[in-house]
Design a protein around this ligand. Structure first.
Ligand code: PGA
Ligand code: ZN
Length: 422
């Protein structure tokens, strides 16, 4: 099938900020649309998200965040290069790489390239009469990922109610995806009830749908979630474990880790010790960005002393970049990578990063962003790519539940197996 039209336009994400939507039309008149997400605790090494601030195209009431330059790049630069070609994700991505060879996609904007790349993946799946997940895994059982789900939010997503960004849970004792999800919903709802009873502020729903309950110490926040897990009759550490996203780049200032709510300040070396004690004292099975994005030394120092079963997960550290992952493998900085397609800018290049990670024995967690849309392509990518884990925030907010619901749909309608990465 051939591409007859490529068109982008501006839409809104879950925070009410503009983002890019792109549609590819094929010669059977079918239209394939994809919308891209956007982060708040964005890593310095991510691909470039083009926004209009400081240009003539900036819309006054969007505070510089409109995306008309990226939209125009799709409509006037990308569309003419694709129209008339056969639809295939690989060849579309190759064309996008030719039009903008920069690794960060700063010429066209990664929000423009990813929107087109995702629309191309959906269009190719349609041309083969497959689901998007099946495009990447045409035969055999699809692998439903283990959900890593946000219960408490802090940091940049909840006005710093906690020093760290997320306290999440991994229901690794569940036998199926739907069972895992039911445990999580129960934990989040009980956390809201118990929080309210204890006089904590529970009305704040954070950007990713988690509870913005303030805690001064990270340990207190962890213990609170553990108490909810156990009250439900689940075993912390064997049925459900904690996962933390420390997002420490956000509080790394002048070479020190500054925990404002806890009123503590650490050197890098001290913070390695602090994290080490934290993971010993709590049933934590995964820890993301415990050290800042360029504090490589602390990453390898901690990796050398961390418990073997602990997932040490790089988000801002790797930013889904092949070169940064390569360095992390060589320096043994981590044993897992967060995979965010919009940190990279193209679907097939993102998949290559995931494949390099698997080849090096790393675990992978495909992840949404704090600014999301109702589009559910991430669920299909995680499943078709056999990522084994997925992180999309909490179980509140339709932009989050669109992904959970798509995974439930795949579980109900396709031949699947539930991943057991722990
Ligand atoms: P972000 O947060 O989308 O705001 O970057 C998600 C994360 O840090 O994992
Ligand atoms: Zn993160």
């Amino acid at each position: 099938m051939k591409i007859t039209k490529v068109q982008a336009y501006q839409v809104l994400d879950s925070r009410g900020r503009p983002t890019v939507s792109a549609s590819i039309t094929l010669d059977d008149a079918s239209v394939h649309t994809a919308r891209v997400p956007s982060g708040a605790s964005t890593g310095a090494h991510e691909a470039t998200e083009l926004r209009d601030a400081g240009t003539a195209l900036a819309e006054k009431f969007y505070g510089g965040k409109s995306v008309h330059i990226a939209v125009a790049n799709v409509n006037s630069k990308i569309a003419p290069a694709l129209i008339g070609n056969d639809i295939a994700l690989e060849s579309v991505d190759q064309k996008l790489n030719e039009l903008d060879p920069s690794l960060s996609h700063e010429v066209l904007g990664a929000n423009a390239t990813l929107a087109v790349s995702l629309a191309a993946a959906k269009a190719e799946a349609h041309s083969k009469n497959q689901s998007l997940a099946r495009l990447f895994s045409p035969t055999g059982k699809l692998l439903l990922p283990m959900p890593m789900v946000n219960i408490l939010s802090g940091g940049a997503h909840a006005n710093r109610t906690l020093d760290i960004q997320d306290v999440l849970v991994l229901p690794h004792g569940a036998k199926s995806f739907s069972e895992a999800l039911s445990w999580i919903v129960a934990i989040r709802e009980l956390a809201a009830v118990r929080g309210r009873e204890q006089g904590l502020v529970t009305h704040l729903v954070a950007d990713e749908g988690g509870l913005g309950i303030p805690f001064d110490s990270i340990e207190e926040a962890c213990s609170f979630v553990v108490s909810c897990i156990e009250e439900l009759g689940l075993k912390a550490g064997s049925d459900v474990s904690l996962a933390l996203d420390i997002a420490s780049t956000q509080f790394f200032e002048n070479g020190r880790y500054e925990l404002v709510n806890a009123k503590k300040s650490f050197t890098s070396q001290e913070f390695v010790q602090f994290i080490s004690t934290l993971v010993k004292n709590q049933p934590i099975i995964s820890i993301e960005d415990p050290f800042a994005e360029d504090d490589w030394q602390s990453w390898s120092a901690f990796a050398a002393i961390a418990p073997k079963q602990l997932q040490l997960l790089g988000d801002d550290l790797f930013t889904t970049s092949p070169t940064r992952l390569e360095r992390g493998i060589v320096e043994k900085s981590a044993n897992a990578i967060l995979i965010k397609p919009n940190q990279n800018g193209l679907v097939s290049d993102t998949l290559r990063v995931l494949e390099s990670a698997h080849a090096a024995g790393f675990k992978t967690v495909v992840s949404a962003r704090s600014g999301e849309t109702e589009d559910s392509w991430l669920a299909d990518l995680a499943t078709g790519w056999k990522a084994e884990q997925i992180k999309v925030g909490s179980t509140h907010g339709s932009e989050r539940n669109a992904k959970w619901n798509r995974l439930l749909e795949l579980e109900a309608t396709e031949e699947t197996k539930f991943a057991q990465p722990f």
